[in-house]
Ligand binder design. Structure first.
Ligand code: ADP
Ligand code: ZN
Ligand code: ZN
Length: 750
């Protein structure tokens, strides 16, 4: 076998691929993405290179690759191979997750210290770019290299791109000009998460409940066993303190720890807890706001065994840490642990594999556990054992009070003649809160001024010509926008169908709510956080800090507001319409609603101030809303699990989604029906129900048709094999343009 490599050096004439023979003993180990050393130039000096392709033979006489440099272990390779099967993707896609991010070209090392920097982002859709490369529309090797680098490192700076791809700035400019990339100017803020100094804190004396939980996991650590635990307790019940002491235990016996948290919860406050206990030397932090150079450094510190605790978001599970003594996944129900792009892995499944391999405990923590997790923690087999050991914390460790939660029936408000977005109760509460100089959060699960526009005469709605979904009116720019592809149109006032002037705007959004608040409370200061105000320049973190530090009266936001931060002065939370998450096209609608509302409610009244939550809804009888009001997970679980069992949804079966998309309608139909017939014939009819191919609810995005096949059944190794073979056979046929992705229990069904 022959590898095509790119030499990692600056000289322009080296900017092409070179062939190298793969020695027999490395054949199994070298893959696309490997970092290798090859003899190069006069005298055959060993030089660093990346494998970008593998082929059978070369037309040149080639030298051998001297060394595989990035020491991905056999275990990692095995994991990558396992993942490729399990998640229906290429092995190289998985290996990429495990390689050191970027590679530093030592000669060029320089820290970027300007006051503003230019960060580069993809402008075109990822898949679109891949497709253009596939069909040869994009030929320039340099352009391809820059694009593939940005695909993995969005937000990289121009100097970083120059350094890591050995391409000049001109290439970036060309790609910007041709609409592939965009450059966003950003102020450099010192990375808030690195280089913090905190006072050392000692461990707290555990409460009785914490002690029981701690001892139970400690026993597993001592026995060097694999076991799963669910640490179930409301926010503030002292889960983090238990994690901290377990990690301390693991460190004292010479082992290491991984802690996963949702990206959005990786706040300075959260990290301070760990840093002040263990010191920053021991800790490596991995998350998307680090620059590529910083990520590289953290990765190296782990590899060199300097950092012994890895804290990070989903992909930190692939950090090169050995001798793992414990893996902790906080907020284990969070949907960000499942990747929605290739490879579509679930960090929890990877964590399980690693914990088993290391004979270590896997501790999942949550106030609102995932349905499947709680099922596995409470459902006993015939010997009275559960798959997951349940550890419960029932009390708030710091004795702060749970907020008072009120549900307001919007139908009743309307009947009383109140047409405003605010019920009387919420209006009065805001007024009172303003008087007390306390802060309020208003939560709305939508964005834009209104969701759609419709002709009241004939029912015409403006839809995106590319995606076939309703376009949203943005009052600030007075434009209609498609939220899927960004297509914009001018506002219409006369119906293009029936020519009447009865065009009206329907629905409500954060902008409209903000305007309404200004009208009703002219003195109140407000700040808005939604997809439109959180931009690449203006981060989520920045808005929340402004809200907190400038003591702004009211924060208006979408669900982005619910996680992570801690606002001591917020005593009122209003949910404008709890119904929006109930109406999503997803079997988890109830679960998501319960989780969101419980979390939102948790924002109000922490520390010494009592809090109040007002939930407005058209469905005051819905059990997920009522259970959230009572902060009663157990009751929610009992009701929901019965529904899941009845309707055969996870944990009682898996939802396998085969998604297809293509420019060619005839082809996508043809391929879908071939897959359907193949699987229908081979999957066991008693265990699997294969539904007929159908257009997706959003049946076109950016001019690509979208179809899907849904299969309900419990995923097995055998079924996995059948699906893999099916994909292979389908791809061997003459498919021009159709892409296929298989996802198990995807987050998003649209
Ligand atoms: P969770 O992770 O469940 O939200 P934390 O571990 O953050 O809970 O604890 C909430 C608060 O209670 C923190 O301020 C923490 O310092 C405090 N706390 C936790 N455990 C104890 C304890 N055993 N004794 C006293 N205070 C505690
Ligand atoms: Zn009309
Ligand atoms: Zn669109």
């Amino acid at each position: 076998m022959v590898a095509e490599v790119i030499i990692n050096r600056g000289a322009k004439k080296l900017n092409r691929t070179f062939d190298y023979n793969i020695p027999k003993e490395l054949e199994e180990l070298i893959l696309v993405g490997s970092k290798v050393l090859v003899p190069f130039g006069n005298g055959g000096k060993l030089t660093e290179a990346f494998v970008v392709g593998i082929k059978e033979t070369s037309t040149f006489e080639v030298k051998d690759i001297a060394k595989l440099e990035e020491n991905l272990s056999n275990k990692q390779i095995a994991l990558a191979k396992w993942m490729a099967k399990r998640y229906f993707c290429n092995v190289s896609d998985c290996i990429k997750l495990m390689l050191t991010p970027g590679t530093r070209n030592k000669n060029k090392e320089k820290r970027i210290q300007d006051k503003t920097i230019n960060c580069v982002y993809l402008k075109k859709d990822r898949e679109e770019i891949e497709f253009e490369i596939e069909i040869g529309k994009l030929k320039s090797e340099k352009q391809k290299r820059v694009l593939s680098f940005i695909k993995d490192n969005e937000g990289a700076t121009v100097p970083e791109i120059e350094m890591f791809t050995d391409c000049a700035r001109g290439i970036v400019n060309t790609l910007v000009k041709n609409g592939y990339l965009e450059i966003v100017e950003k102020k450099v803020e010192r990375n808030p998460l690195l280089g913090r100094d905190c006072e050392k804190t000692d461990k707290l004396k555990l409460t009785e409940e914490q002690e029981i939980a701690y001892k139970s996991v400690e026993e597993t650590i001592d026995k060097e066993e694999y076991k799963q635990f669910l640490l179930y307790g409301v926010t503030g019940s002292g889960k983090t303190e238990v994690y901290l002491q377990l990690i301390e235990k693991v460190l004292t016996i010479g082992k290491n720890a991984i802690v996963l948290v949702p990206e959005i919860s990786l706040t300075p406050q959260m990290l301070d807890r760990f840093i002040s206990r263990f010191g920053k030397e021991e800790i490596a932090i991995l998350h998307s706001k680090l620059s590529i150079g910083e990520r590289h450094d953290e990765w190296e510190r782990i590899r060199e065994k300097k950092a012994r605790i890895v804290i990070g978001a989903r992909s930190a599970i692939f950090a090169p840490i050995e001798n793992i003594g414990i893996i902790i996944i906080d907020e284990e129900h969070d949907s960000s642990y499942k990747s929605e792009t290739n490879p579509r892995y679930h960090a929890k499944e990877i964590a399980k594999v690693l914990a088993k391999e290391n004979q270590a405990p896997l501790v999942l923590g949550s106030a609102t556990p995932d349905m499947t997790t709680f099922y596995n923690a409470t459902n006993e087999d015939e010997f009275g054992n559960t798959k997951i050991k349940l550890l419960t914390l029932t009390k708030r460790a710091n004795q702060s009070l749970l907020p008072k939660v009120e549900i307001i029936d919007l139908k009743q408000e309307l009947a009383n003649g109140n047409r405003s977005m605010l019920s009387m109760e919420l209006y009065n509460s805001i007024e009172e809160n303003l008087k007390q100089k306390r802060q309020t959060i208003l939560f709305l699960n939508r964005r834009g001024y209104s969701t759609f526009i419709m002709c009241r005469n004939c029912g015409y709605t403006v839809k995106c010509p590319n995606c076939n979904i309703s376009m949203t009116y943005h009052s600030y720019e007075r434009k209609l926008k498609c939220h899927y592809c960004g297509h914009e149109e001018n506002v219409v006032t006369i119906c293009p169908e029936c020519h009447s002037d009865k065009i009206r705007y329907f629905g409500t959004g954060t902008q409209k709510l903000e305007q309404e608040i200004h009208k009703q409370f002219p003195e109140a200061s407000t700040i808005r956080m939604d997809i439109d105000t959180v931009t690449k320049k203006n981060s989520h973190e920045h808005i929340l800090n402004t809200f907190k530090n400038e003591n702004i009266d009211i924060l208006i936001g979408t669900q982005m507001v619910v996680k992570g931060h801690h606002f001591p002065n917020v005593t009122l939370v209003g949910v404008i319409a709890a119904d929006s998450s109930l109406n999503i096209d997803d079997y988890r609608a109830n679960e998501r609603t319960f989780q969101i509302l419980t979390q939102v409610a948790g924002r109000a009244g922490r520390e010494n101030l009592p809090g109040k939550v007002v939930i407005q809804t058209y469905n005051p009888d819905n059990f997920s809303i009522i259970c959230a009001q009572k902060q009663n997970y157990d009751l929610f679980y009992e009701t929901e699990i019965a529904l899941r069992e009845q309707l055969k949804y996870p944990p009682f079966c898996d939802i396998i989604l085969i998604g297809l998309n293509s420019y060619q309608e005839a082809e996508i139909k043809n391929v879908s029906s071939k897959i359907y017939q193949y699987l229908e014939k081979r999957l066991n009819k008693e265990e699997f129900k294969v539904l007929r191919p159908m257009p997706c609810p959003i049946d076109k995005i950016q001019n690509r048709y979208r179809w899907r096949i849904i299969i309900k059944g419990k995923m097995t190794e055998e079924a996995n094999e059948i699906l893999n073979v099916c994909l292979k056979e389908i791809y061997q046929e003459n498919i021009k343009d159709t892409r296929i992705a298989i996802d198990i229990n995807p987050n998003n069904m649209s």
